[in-house]
Design a protein around this ligand. Structure first.
Ligand SMILES: [Zn+2]
Length: 128
């Protein structure tokens, strides 16, 4: 499911029993074009994730189906798992990094990174 369909489905899920009207969808998804919205809604309907009730030409209410609700749940889990994986990877990357090499400034005894050309505490210049 692409991000756009996911947004539509999510909005429908939020609206629950009342269903998501075209206006609900437009206000939830800024800058969306009607054609794009209609295509996503139709694709979701074909997949059996929503039922679409046409209330007029170009007007509709999207009701989420049981299958759609399940989709939202599993998609949430997937996205959450992905998110958690990313966080874990970031943590792993952070701990993999070499601890910064430090030395003591001969002038003020401040701990200074080995890369620095001058002491951030006292401004003493270091020879490379
Ligand atoms: Zn210093």
């Amino acid at each position: 499911m692409d991000d756009f369909q996911w947004q539509v489905l999510n909005t429908a899920a939020k609206r629950g029993y009342y269903g998501a009207s075209r206006e609900d969808l437009f206000s939830d998804m800024r800058g969306v074009r009607y054609k794009q919205l209609e295509e996503a809604v139709k694709a979701l309907e074909q997949d059996g994730c929503v039922e679409v009730e046409w209330t007029g030409p170009n007007k509709f209410v999207v009701n989420i189906t049981e299958k759609g609700t399940e989709m939202v749940k599993s998609e949430y889990k997937e996205r959450l798992a992905e998110y958690e994986k990313r966080i874990e990877e970031q943590k792993a990357a952070a701990t993999d990094k070499e601890p910064e090499a430090l030395f003591q400034c001969g002038n003020c005894n401040a701990l200074v990174s080995q890369d620095s050309k001058e002491c951030p505490e006292c401004g003493a210049k270091f020879e490379g």
